[in-house]
Each structure stands twice: as C-alpha cells, then as structure tokens.
Design a protein around this ligand. Structure first.
Ligand code: HEM
Ligand code: HEM
Length: 381
C-alpha cells in the first residue's frame, strides 16, 4: 500500500484527535518537540499556568458580555444582580479572582525569569515582550475594575479625567468631571473602556503571547540553576501535563473561592440618583474609594504625591509610578552584565555582575510596595 494511504488508514484508526494533531502539525509542536527535563518543575510552569488562566479569563469574560451592558445608568445594577444570581455569581467571581491570580503569576514568573537570567543569549526582546504583556494585564485589570461600575470602578475614568486635565486636554477629548457626572457622557466613556477591556487588551495579549512562545521555541529556554544539568530531554507534552496539574490546583482553589465566598457589589457610583453618594461634591477618592489590591499602588502613589509631597494634581503619582516601574523592568536585561544564564546560586546572586539589575528590580518592588502600603493606610483626601 502506498505510504500516504497507510498514513490515512492509521489516522482513521486513531480517530478525530489524530486528525487534529496532524492537520495543525501539533505532533511536531508537542510530542516531537523535546525540551530539557529539568524545566518540568513548578517555577518553569508558571508561564503555562498564566496562559491557561488567561484563556479562562477570556471564556468567562465572553460569558459576561452576554449579560453586561456598558451603560453608565445600568452597569452597576447589572453587576449587582449578577453577584446575587447563583451561577452568574460564580462566573463573575471567578473572572474577578482569576484576575488576581494572573497578577500574582505575572510577578512570580517575572522574578523566576530574572533570577535564572532567562533573557540571556539574545532574549532581551523576549523579556521586553514580557514587559508589554505585563502592561496589557494591567490595562485589562484597570478597565475590568471600571466595568464593575461601583464608586471604585467610577474612580477609573475619574482618574483618566484628572490626567487629561493635568495635560490640558480634558475638554478636547470630552473627559471633564461634568461630562463624567452626566449619565449620557459617562456612558460614552464607559463604552470606550469596555472596548479596550474586551477587544484591545485581549488582542494585544494574544499577539504578544504568540510572539513569546515563538521566541522561546526558536531561541530555547534557560535551565534552573539550582538543579544539576543532566542533558536529558523529554517531550513537551510532559510539560503541558505539568501546566494542567498546577493550574488544576491553583484555579481549582479560585473556583472554590468563587462558589463559597460572597462578594459585596460595593456602593453605587455617585452619578446615579439611587446612589447614597449622589450629588457628592468629592471625587471617588474623597468618598473613600480605594482600588482593589493588584492596582492599589496607583492610588497609593497618588496619595503619596498629594498628601506627603504636596504635589497637585496628585494623578502625577500614578504617572511617575508607572514610568518608574516600566522603566526599571525594561532596563533589567540591559543592566545585567553576564551573557549566559547562571549555573548556580553564587552566579545567580553575583552582585558584581548583577548588582545594577538587582537594583532595577528592587526599585520596581519598592515603588509598588510603597504604593500598596500608602493605599492601605490612606484616609479619604
Ligand atoms: C501574560 C503573561 C505571560 C505569559 C502567558 C508568559 C508565558 C511564558 C511561558 C509559558 C514561558 C516558558 C517558561 C515558563 O513557563 O517559565 C515563558 C518564558 C519567558 N518569559 Fe514569559 N509570560 C508572560 C509574561 C512575562 C513577563 C511579564 C516577562 C518579563 C518581563 C516574561 C519574560 C519571559 C522570558 C524572558 C522567558 C524565557 C525564560 C527562560 O529562558 O528561562 N514573560 N513565558
Ligand atoms: C487578562 C484578561 C482580563 C482581566 C485581567 C480581566 C479583569 C476583569 C476584572 C477585574 C473585572 C471586574 C470584575 C468585578 O469587579 O466583578 C472584569 C469585568 C469584566 N470583564 Fe474582564 N478581564 C479580562 C479579560 C476579559 C475578556 C477577554 C472579556 C470579554 C471577552 C472580559 C469581559 C468582562 C466583562 C463583560 C466584565 C464586566 C462584568 C463584571 O464586572 O463582572 N474580560 N474583568
């Protein structure tokens, strides 16, 4: 029998799964793609768990789009109803808590890559792509928080307005406080935020995740310096199995949290007549609204600038915080003066060669932690 006919017969016998594997060349990408055995450990699995969390975020997000409407007069009520409605409450909670997990995994994954010098060997571009991924996650989080549209969510366009006012463009881009306090004006802004949340941010994430994987496949991966190098190779499918194992544990815990822990809908935003804050002369910050933890450093930096340094408008705190954090992250691979990945604890913590890179990472953490702490301690301004 000619070979292609034999192949076709084998495929038929192995069923639909084999056809998919064959048609998408998955065998070459998964079972025949060999990776170093040492990378099958939790610290090298975080990127994969992150990707699975992102896929679940897209799926639950898609379900939420079936019931959500970016209408400034109704959005808060919709989310409040969802949180009180059995299965929808679980979906909404899962979307919310998985966003926390994504934030945590980005930070952990980045620190693992930093310590193992994963950007060495011409992979500075891969790291820079990672920084863009982190920025996209931040964008998705901050826009998602706004969609909830309680007084905390309302703080997002409020701060965007403050920024446009600070650079003198608020009227030109229709982002004044007066326009935000009006339901029709606010609906236009909420629609833009919604578009970024469900389209721009996920598309950018997809693009850069694909680029990330392509570069890792072509350029190779570093090795965990705390393990002895064996030279042994295993199929990538074993690594994917690890992704699912750890995702099962982490996201399983998130699912339990989403089922059993009820979440409060928060206070209705000040622009809707039924809100206890309706007609408030203050912005959300003045009414005591604080962002959720992963983006809490932004408000903390504002308070630090406004109340501690006396710099107004305090939105410059967020801007300066972002510039320091992004600048420090981008600089890391260019400050690290070793051109191959470390081969032991001593090389990983070699201050003479890695001192500046550690300093950049330290500056990033210092800025974030300062923001988190000030946010935690802040009283209404
Ligand atoms: C949405 C976010 C991200 C996803 C889905 C992702 C995914 C992955 C995956 C699956 C790997 C393979 C090894 C592993 O899992 O540890 C990896 C490696 C890598 N990632 Fe990410 N990553 C993300 C964010 C980042 C960030 C924020 C950075 C740095 C700023 C980064 C830089 C790198 C580098 C340089 C490597 C190569 C590591 C090595 O050779 O050891 N990634 N990423
Ligand atoms: C990295 C990806 C994403 C992150 C970090 C994220 C984060 C969030 C957060 C924190 C909220 C607020 C939830 C709440 O307070 O209850 C939210 C809401 C929402 N998200 Fe996402 N999201 C992501 C992707 C998506 C995608 C891809 C879609 C749509 C396809 C989506 C659709 C929605 C909708 C409709 C809401 C409003 C309903 C609600 O507030 O629960 N999200 N998102």
């Amino acid at each position: 029998m000619p070979t292609h006919a034999a192949d076709a017969a084998t495929r038929r016998r192995r069923g639909f799964g084999a056809v998919i594997e064959d048609q998408f060349a998955l065998r070459q990408l998964v079972r025949e793609y060999l990776i170093p055995a040492e990378t099958n450990n939790i610290w090298y699995t975080l990127g994969g768990v992150l990707a699975i969390a992102l896929v679940l975020e897209v799926l639950t997000g898609f379900l939420l789009t079936l019931v959500y409407a970016p209408d400034a007069g109704r959005a808060y009520g919709i989310v409040k109803d969802l949180l009180g409605d059995g299965l929808w409450a679980v979906i909404t909670n899962f979307h919310f808590w998985t966003a926390y997990v994504i934030f945590g995994l980005v930070m952990l994954h980045m620190m693992r890559v930093f310590l193992t010098g994963g950007y060495r060997g011409g992979k500075q571009g891969l790291w820079t792509g990672g920084v863009i991924l982190a920025a996209c996650v931040f964008l998705a989080f901050i826009t998602g928080e706004s969609l909830h549209w309680d007084e905390v969510g309302f703080a997002v366009p409020w701060h965007i307005s403050e920024f446009f006012q600070a650079i003198g463009l608020a009227t030109a881009v229709n982002y004044t406080f007066a326009q935000l306090r009006d339901i029709a004006g606010a609906t236009e802004r909420l629609g833009q935020i919604y578009a970024v949340h469900i389209s721009v941010a996920p598309l950018l994430l997809l693009l850069f995740v694909v680029l990330h994987y392509y570069l890792i496949k072509v350029k190779g991966i570093s090795l965990p310096f705390w393990l002895k190098e064996t030279g042994r190779k295993v199929a990538f499918s074993t690594h994917i199995a690890e992704w699912f194992k750890y995702s099962g544990v982490i996201l399983g815990a998130v699912l339990l949290l989403s089922i059993f822990v009820q979440r409060d809908a928060g206070i209705a935003p000040q622009l809707i007549p039924s809100s206890p804050l309706f007609g408030s002369p203050h912005g959300p910050g003045g009414n005591g609204a604080k962002p959720t933890f992963p983006i809490g450093w932004t408000h903390g930096m504002n308070v630090f600038f406004g109340q501690f340094l006396g710099i107004e408008p305090d939105i410059w705190g967020t801007v300066v915080g972002m510039v320091i954090i992004a600048g420090a992250m981008i600089a890391v691979p260019f400050l690290d003066r070793v051109d191959r990945a470390p081969r032991g604890w001593r090389e990983a913590f070699d201050w003479r060669k890695r001192g500046w890179a550690f300093l950049a990472v330290g500056l990033m953490w210092f800025t974030m932690i300062l923001g988190f702490v000030v946010n935690f301690l802040a009283v209404p301004d």
